[in-house]
Design a binder for this molecule. Structure first.
Ligand code: UD1
Length: 444
């Protein structure tokens, strides 16, 4: 288990580029199950969740390999910069007929998003058996909406021995309204409905940019989806899908983490190639807090003055997109420890998503959690401490706090961070932070 050793405080200054969005790349990989032709994806982040998905797809008969990129069909290539590596493409192609439509517990348990193979396997092969995702550190996270939606398209859905078994000779288009917006639930239904007979109308869909990105890929493969990214999505089923090439959108959560990093350290960061509209809820909040935000063709620049009194405490409540993302809540809490005044942070998407709070307290933060709300009293001079990462975004919060804190912070269990942040220590070093990864043998 690797650790980060961080010496602070250091203002983050410079330019940084987000990798491709983990949460857009995962369903894009799952889409490769829907065709025998190659699906070529650009800007797939090199993070552990993507390696897990590749292993699962390999098990299901779809091979994947990284190749030097040919020119992608859309959106300009990233500008050449001394640090930029040659771009690679991830090419996925069915290597053998599906010997199994079965996603076993051993592969599914480490990543909840494995459930994204359920829709495409069912639509393509008429049968899918997927282990129920294991318990998750940030709440119960059921998949009832995925299952209700597939049942509405005519699937027979059963739960047996910790597995979901679904069957349908061919799915049939239908109208389905989600009880609540779910990101992977909406994606699973899109993946399934594009091969259904007839038209599917999905209501109360998740409006996250990652859903729209998946629809762009599926349409490039020959699907007929309209309205993705909005509340109602219409899918006209087709008989088959072909290959396509697609560039995954930049990771707004990763990018947002570096912008918050600029704010908490009194720094000045330009986030290159960012989509400002996708980050609007964070940018609005940072401006309220007193961070100077500038959006230009070059990217999004966040500048903070540093020193006590320059940041104002502001309340936030997480909500589905276009609300404030739950995936930035932990990082925002770290920021609020440095802001003047009292802020209330309400988590409305997941229960039990404040596990970073006691760890921040070890660094001197004054945080009081009461159910789904946390009150933060600031400003606090954070001081380095040994802390433990408990989940992906909590890790990012602790790393940012460590860069802002005086002294040495050791963040343990960095494997959580590696699920979703590509080379975070390298990007932070590029911004001037003193962060080093210690492998377990070196750290003990
Ligand atoms: C996705 C993101 C995750 C992000 C989350 C919310 C991926 C791979 N992960 O997770 O990073 O934190 O969106 O933005 O894209 N729910 C149900 N029944 C269901 C499905 C969900 O009750 O069938 C509930 C969940 O418990 C949660 C809420 O709906 O309270 C939203 O969850 P959902 O949007 O499904 O999250 P994920 O897709 O798992």
């Amino acid at each position: 288990m690797d650790r980060f050793h961080i010496s602070g405080p250091t203002p983050l200054v410079g330019r940084v580029c987000a990798s491709g969005a983990k949460n857009a790349a995962l369903p894009a990989l799952a889409a490769s199950l829907l065709t025998d032709e190659p699906v070529t994806l650009y800007r797939v982040p090199r993070v552990r969740d993507l390696r897990t998905m590749r292993r699962l797809l390999d098990y299901l008969g779809v091979g994947s390999e990284e190749r030097e990129a040919a020119e992608p069909p859309e959106s300009p290539k990233p500008p050449e910069s001394p640090e930029s590596r040659p771009e690679t493409a991830l090419v996925l192609q069915r290597a053998r007929p599906s010997s199994s439509s079965d996603a076993p517990y051993e592969l599914v348990k480490t990543m909840r998003a494995s459930v994204l193979v359920l829709g495409p396997l069912l639509a393509r092969f008429g049968f899918a058996r997927v282990s129920l995702p294991g318990g998750c550190a940030i709440g119960v996270r059921p998949i009832d909406q995925h299952l209700k939606g597939l049942a509405a398209l005519g699937a027979d859905v059963r739960l047996a021995g910790g597995y979901v078994e679904t069957r349908a000779s061919r799915l049939a288009g239908a109208r389905f309204r989600f009880d609540l917006p779910t990101v992977t639930g909406t994606e699973n239904l899109l993946l399934a409905a594009c091969l259904a007979r007839g038209t599917t109308v999905l209501e109360n869909c998740a409006r996250e940019p990652e859903v729209a990105d998946l629809a762009r890929l599926l349409n490039a493969m020959g699907a007929r989806i309209s309205g993705a990214g909005g509340d109602t999505v219409v899918v006209d089923g087709v008989d088959g899908l072909g290959g396509a090439a697609h560039r995954v959108i930049p990771d707004r959560i990763e990018g947002g983490t570096y912008l918050i990093g600029a704010a908490i350290t009194g720094g000045d960061v330009l986030l290159e190639q960012a989509v400002a509209a996708d980050l609007a809820p964070l940018l609005d909040k940072l401006a309220e807090v007193g961070v100077e935000i500038e959006v230009s063709a070059a990217g999004i620049r966040a500048r903070a003055r540093g020193g006590d009194g320059s940041l104002r405490a502001r309340d936030v409540a997480t909500a589905p997109h276009p609300g404030f993302p739950t995936d930035l809540q932990a990082q925002y809490m770290a920021l609020m420890t440095r802001a003047t005044g009292t802020s209330t942070i309400r988590e409305t998407v997941f229960e039990n998503r404040f596990q970073h709070a006691p760890e921040l307290a070890r660094m001197g933060a004054r945080v009081h959690v009461d159910g789904g709300s946390a009150r933060v009293d600031g400003p606090t001079e954070l001081t380095g401490a040994a802390v433990m990462a408990t989940d992906l975004r909590a890790s990012a919060c602790l790393v940012l706090a460590g860069v802002a804190a005086a002294g040495t912070t050791v963040v343990d269990r960095i494997y959580h961070l590696d699920r979703g942040y590509e080379g975070m220590e390298l990007k932070l070093q590029g911004l001037g932070a003193h962060v080093a990864r210690m492998a377990e043998s070196m750290a003990t």
